[in-house]
Design a protein around this ligand. Structure first.
Ligand SMILES: N=c1c2ncn([C@@H]3O[C@H](COP(=O)(O)OP(=O)(O)OP(=O)(O)O)[C@@H](O)[C@H]3O)c2ncn1[C@@H]1O[C@H](COP(=O)(O)O)[C@@H](O)[C@H]1O
Length: 108
């Protein structure tokens, strides 16, 4: 399973669990607390990922990145944004260097 498991699979799990009973699902209980709590958890996991990266703890970095991606998908679900929209934006950006994009921005 892990070989083919993707963020799209996790997005589908989050969507299914959003319709579950809050007592049986962390996802549903988090969504019930509102976008503020979902976003707070995302921020916490981002900080924990940064700490794992800086401390060069490879195992922790994998674990914290997994928490971060899960909580990102919960926030996207809370805001009704699909992973397909994110994929489309990433695809739109391919072919342009990040440096070229930065240079094309208005000064300021
Ligand atoms: N990938 C995850 C995942 N990653 C992290 N977490 C949970 O995120 C929570 C946050 O971690 P913390 O250490 O901050 O926990 P905490 O202090 O208890 O959290 P809060 O009380 O602050 O919310 C933990 O309870 C983790 O279990 C996840 N919960 C669910 N999933 C996926 O979602 C699926 C559905 O889960 P349920 O919605 O619970 O059925 C699971 O099978 C997984 O595939």
């Amino acid at each position: 399973m892990s070989d083919s498991f993707s963020l799209t699979d996790l997005e589908a799990i989050v969507a299914a669990r959003a319709a579950a009973d809050a007592g049986a699902s962390y996802t549903r209980s988090l969504l019930d607390k509102g976008i503020g709590k979902c976003a707070q958890k995302l921020g916490e996991e981002a900080v924990e990922t940064v700490i794992a990266a800086v401390s060069a703890d490879r195992e922790a970095l994998v674990a914290e990145t997994s928490d971060l991606l899960y909580h990102l998908l919960v926030v996207l679900k809370a805001r009704g944004v699909s992973l397909a929209e994110v994929h489309a934006e990433l695809a739109r950006r391919t072919g342009q260097s990040g440096l070229a994009e930065k240079a094309s921005r208005p000064a300021g």
